[in-house]
Design a protein around this ligand. Structure first.
Ligand code: ZN
Length: 357
């Protein structure tokens, strides 16, 4: 005799039921909120399917239709428990397939094909994810050492499984978990104190099926951070001394003039702006002061962080280290999923009446 496997948990069983082992059948009664069937009922599986049909206001279905309806309804129940917006389309399609199961309909419509076991496994992944997430949310990133921080992040590496992209249901579920990871663990956790880096990453996280919009950074806090930085002021001074000895204007871009490159020590600025093409215009005023216009126009691409390694020094923090290694690898995976998408970012800094000191 062929070995029977439960279509929910995939474990072998030998009992008269056609779909579920006895343990899963019991659990399904609970999950769907049905009271346990009285002992007198011989086939508790058929009874469950009948109850599901009644709950869907479908009466007199034949057994084949009842069983098909039950599978779709159970799938829908698990998908609802996952509570991800990215699953909405799939849920709607399954609901419509359920509506089409009628006493006199000929075929059972299958707009979405799925295996119940696959959906059950996805549900378990999300449960595991939510449990780990709860712990990771408690981490105080400034206080843990590198090994511990990496351990926490690595414990979530299963959500970056690239093989889950192939199926539309698992794609939506893994997409949603990754989206939550970046939003909660990185933007709201690891980067909590690094406002610009957090904002840039947050903007590249695209809502399921949407594209990120371009970003112009002009908030006072960021601009002031740049203008008051030693690196910015030294750079302007250096450029004026080198290029404006007998000229009143300098125009340069870091792509063809190394002198226009600025490296910020402030880690937030370093992480956000590092290596971005920088355009600098300096003009002399009549009163011997200078007007400075700096413009950074770049494509924000999270996977650029791998280049950080080249610039790491022993002074760099835990953060820089995990960004250039483990988070970068996750970023590559999320870019393939389309969770992280590149976009154009512009930062404009204007400094009038600069005085060379
Ligand atoms: Zn089972």
């Amino acid at each position: 005799m062929d070995e029977k496997r439960c279509i929910l948990c995939n474990k072998p069983y030998n009992y008269k039921y056609e779909m579920f082992g006895r343990g899963c059948l019991d659990n399904l009664y609970d999950l769907l909120g049905f009271s346990k069937s009285p002992r007198i009922i011989w086939n508790k599986e058929l009874n469950l399917c009948t109850k599901i049909a009644w709950k869907n206001h479908k009466f007199f279905l034949n057994k084949k239709k009842k069983y098909a309806l039950a599978q779709k309804y159970i799938a829908l129940t698990y998908l609802n428990m996952m509570n991800y917006e990215a699953l909405n389309d799939i849920k709607e399609q399954i609901s419509n397939d359920i509506k089409k199961i009628k006493v006199f309909s000929e075929n059972i419509v299958e707009t979405v094909s799925f295996s119940l076991n696959e959906i059950y496994k996805l549900y378990n992944y999300t449960q595991k994810f939510n449990e780990i997430l709860k712990e990771v949310k408690k981490v105080i990133w400034e206080e843990v050492d590198e090994k511990v921080a990496e351990g926490f992040i690595k414990s979530l590496s299963f959500i970056f499984d690239e093989t889950k992209k192939a199926n539309p249901i698992s794609y939506a579920v893994f997409y949603s978990m990754q989206y939550t990871f970046w939003q909660v663990v990185v933007v709201g956790g690891i980067l909590a104190d690094m406002k610009l880096s957090a904002r840039l990453l947050s903007n590249s996280l695209s809502i399921f099926g949407k594209e990120p919009h371009d970003l112009v950074i002009d908030d006072e806090e960021t601009i002031t951070d740049i203008k008051t930085s030693e690196e910015f002021n030294n750079k302007i001074k250096e450029l004026i001394e080198k290029y404006c000895k007998d000229k009143d204007k300098f125009v340069g871009n870091s792509l063809d003039n190394e002198d226009c490159k600025i490296e910020f020590n402030n880690e937030d600025l370093f992480l956000s702006i590092h290596g971005s093409p920088t355009n600098i215009v300096i003009e002399k005023n009549e009163d011997e002061t200078w007007n400075v216009n700096m413009e950074i126009i770049d494509t924000y691409d999270f996977t650029d962080f791998k280049n950080l390694k080249e610039y790491m020094t022993s002074n760099n923090s835990l953060l820089m280290s995990i960004f250039s290694s483990i988070l970068n690898n996750f970023g590559v995976a999320s870019s393939e999923y389309g969770v992280i998408k590149p976009y154009k970012v512009t930062i404009k800094v204007q400094q009038n009446n600069y005085i060379v000191k």
